[in-house]
Design a protein around this ligand. Structure first.
Ligand SMILES: C[S@@+](CC[C@H](N)C(=O)[O-])C[C@H]1O[C@@H](n2cnc3c(N)ncnc32)[C@H](O)[C@@H]1O
Length: 392
C-alpha cells in the first residue's frame, strides 16, 4: 500500500529509476528469469551510479527520506564518544572503524568529541559501499574537522588482520540485503523478483538450501512452524560480515546500533508480512518494487541471529540493550546538563532531541545496541543499566 500523501517523483527521478529498472531486468534475464530478493535489494540500493545509496540523491535529514540518530542530534555522537573513548583508552595504537558512514556526520561528531576528551584514535577508517557517499563524507570532514582529515582513511577492503579497534555500525545492518521467504501450501518458498509484461513483480520459487536451512533453524528456535502465507526475511550476509571483522581484529569491541528485535519477537505470528520497509521523503511504503533507486529499502534486525553469528565467528557477546539505556549509561544526562543554556529556544531543542533519542515511543526502545568483544576484558560503558542478553 502506498502512503496517501506520497509526493510524485520528478521526471528526472523517474528517468533515473527507469535506467536502474532496465539494468535490473537485464540481470533477471541473465539469471533463470528471476533474482532472489537479496540480489534485488543489492541492485536497488548499491548498483554503481544508479542504486539508492550509490547515486547523488539527498537521502539523510529533513530534505531527504529519513533521519538517523546522528543526523537528528549531535548528542548521539557526543554520548557514543564517551563509551568509545573509554575503550580506546585501554588499547595500544587504537583505531576506530566505521561501517556505512552515511553523510559523515557521525564521524565528525565522534572525532570532535574524542579530541576534546584527549582520546583521538591513531586512525579513523571508514568502510563505505557507496562512492557517492564517500565523497560526501570527505567533504563533511573537510568542512567540520579539517585538521583531523589526515587521520581518516576510506578502505575498499578490510585490512588483513592485527588491528586494535572499536568498530561502529549505526543503521548498517538494516541496509544489508535480506532474503525473503513465504510459506505456501505448507512449504517454505523463496520470494524473488521477476518481470512480466515489462513490470517487475514478486514471485515465489523453490527455496534454496541455505534459505531453507535458515528458516528451519528459526522455526526450531521459536518452537513453532510458520502459518500458511506467513512472510518474513532473513539476513544471510551478517555471518560472513562478522567473521571478516573478527579476523581483522587483534583486540576490539564492535558496537552495532539498529532497529530490531530478539528472534521470538521478530517472528511473532502477527508480524505475518515481515519487517521490510521502504522510505521515500519521510513516508513509509511497503512496496519494494516502487521506483527502485528512489526509495530506501530496509529490514529490521534479528539480534538473536546477530548474536549467534558473532559467537560462531569467535566474538564474546558483551551486551545487548536499548538505545535509551545505552545512551543513559554512557553519560547522556551529564552531556545534556553541560549544554544547558539560558536560551529558551535552544533549551527546548535540546530537550526535544533527548526525547526522540530516548523515549520508548520514539527511537529509545525500537533501536538496540549490541556490543561484541574480542580479546578485550575491560569495561564497555553503555550496558550497565540493563543488559538484555538473556532475551536473545
Ligand atoms: C541507513 S544508512 C546509515 C548511515 C549512517 N551510519 C547514519 O547513521 O547516518 C546505511 C549506510 O550503510 C552503508 N552500508 C550498507 N551495507 C554496508 C556494508 N556491508 N559495508 C559498509 N557500508 C555499508 C550504506 O552505504 C549507508 O552508508
Amino acid at each position: 500500500m502506498l502512503a496517501l500523501d506520497l509526493p510524485e517523483p520528478s521526471r528526472e527521478e523517474k528517468q533515473h529509476s527507469a535506467e536502474l529498472v532496465a539494468s535490473i531486468k537485464k540481470e533477471i534475464d541473465q539469471s533463470a528469469g528471476w533474482i532472489n530478493f537479496a540480489e534485488y535489494m543489492q541492485l536497488a540500493l548499491y548498483s554503481p551510479g544508479l542504486g539508492y545509496y550509490a547515486a547523488g540523491k539527498q537521502k539523510f535529514g529533513e530534505a531527504g527520506d529519513f533521519i538517523t540518530a546522528p543526523e537528528l542530534s549531535p548528542l548521539f555522537a557526543q554520548t557514543l564518544a564517551q563509551s568509545v573513548s573509554h575503550i580506546l583508552a585501554s588499547m595500544d595504537q587504537p583505531s576506530v572503524i566505521e561501517f556505512g558512514a552515511g553523510s559523515g556526520i557521525l564521524a565528525c561528531g565522534l572525532l570532535k568529541e574524542l579530541e576534546r576528551l584527549g582520546q583521538l584514535p591513531n586512525q579513523y577508517l571508514i568502510i563505505e559501499l557507496s562512492a557517492e557517499l564517500k565523497q560526501r563524507q570527505q567533504q563533511q570532514i573537510e568542512q567540520h574537522v579539517p585538521h583531523l582529515l589526515e587521520r581518516v582513511k576510506w578502505l575498499d577492503y578490510l585490512p588483513e588482520q592485527g588491528l586494535n579497534a572499536v568498530v561502529i555500525a549505526n543503521e548498517v545492518l538494516d541496509a544489508m540485503p535480506v532474503r525473503r521467504f513465504v510459506k505456501q501450501d505448507g512449504i517454505i518458498c523463496d520470494l524473488c523478483v521477476s518481470q512480466e509484461a515489462g513490470q517487475l513483480k514478486l514471485v515465489t520459487t523453490e527455496a534454496t538450501e541455505d534459505l531453507l536451512y535458515a528458516v528451519n533453524s528459526i522455526e526450531s528456535d521459536i518452537g513453532r512452524t510458520f502459518d500458511e502465507a506467513y512472510q518474513s526475511e532473513v539476513n544471510l550476509n551478517i555471518g560472513p560480515w562478522l567473521t571478516s571483522i573478527y579476523n581483522m581484529l587483534d583486540r576490539g569491541v564492535v558496537l552495532m546500533i539498529d532497529y530490531g528485535y530478539p528472534r521470538t519477537e521478530y517472528y511473532l505470528p502477527e508480524r505475518s508480512m515481515g519487517t521490510s520497509m521502504c522510505y521515500y521523503r519521510h513516508r513509509t511504503l511497503d512496496n519494494p518494487l516502487w521506483y527502485p533507486g528512489l526509495q530506501d529499502i530496509t529490514a529490521f534486525v534479528d539480534f538473536s541471529a546477530v548474536g549467534d553469528y558473532a559467537q560462531t565467528a569467535g566474538f564474546e557477546l558483551y551486551g545487548y540493550t536499548s538505545q535509551a539505556n545505552f545512551l543513559l549509561d554512557s553519560g547522556l544526562p551529564r552531556i545534556v546538563e553541560a549544554q544547558f543554556s539560558e536560551d529558551n529556544r535552544q533549551q527546548l531543542e535540546l530537550t526535544q532531541q533527548v526525547k526522540i533519542l530516548t523515549l520508548p515511543t520514539e527511537m529509545g526502545e525500537r533501536f538496540k545496541v549490541m556490543g561484541l568483544t574480542k580479546n578485550f576484558h575491560s569495561h564497555v560503558p553503555g550496558f550497565g543499566l540493563r543488559n538484555f542478553i538473556s532475551s536473545l
